[in-house]
Design a protein. Structure first.
Length: 98
């Protein structure tokens, strides 16, 4: 969708405080919007879409705390990166599609 916004202007804001039982999410990210929209349809008592702006492509959601998480991952070691490269070269799906 063309919105006229630059990539820098297409933000994702996630905010919450210690008092409110909800996390508020405002995003332009297509993958996150799809995931939250699907989740809100499957679990309407836990997650609700609260707003949508068709001009900018932005959507807003409220979701219960404890249902949304951040995953922090440790950086890959050089050995792990090299093993992943080897695996990708040996199992190249592009070659199988020819």
């Amino acid at each position: 969708m063309r919105t006229g916004l630059t990539k820098q202007e297409k933000t994702t804001d996630i905010w919450f405080d210690e008092k409110d039982p909800l996390i508020h999410i405002r995003t332009h990210n297509t993958a996150l919007k799809k995931r939250l929209l699907d989740y809100s349809r499957r679990y309407p008592s836990i997650c609700q879409q609260t707003d949508a702006d068709p001009e900018t492509g932005c959507m807003e959601f409220d979701i219960e705390k404890g249902r949304f998480s951040f995953r922090l991952t440790a950086p890959y070691s050089e050995e792990r990166r090299e093993a992943a490269r080897r695996f990708a070269r040996e199992n190249n799906a592009a070659d199988r599609l020819k």
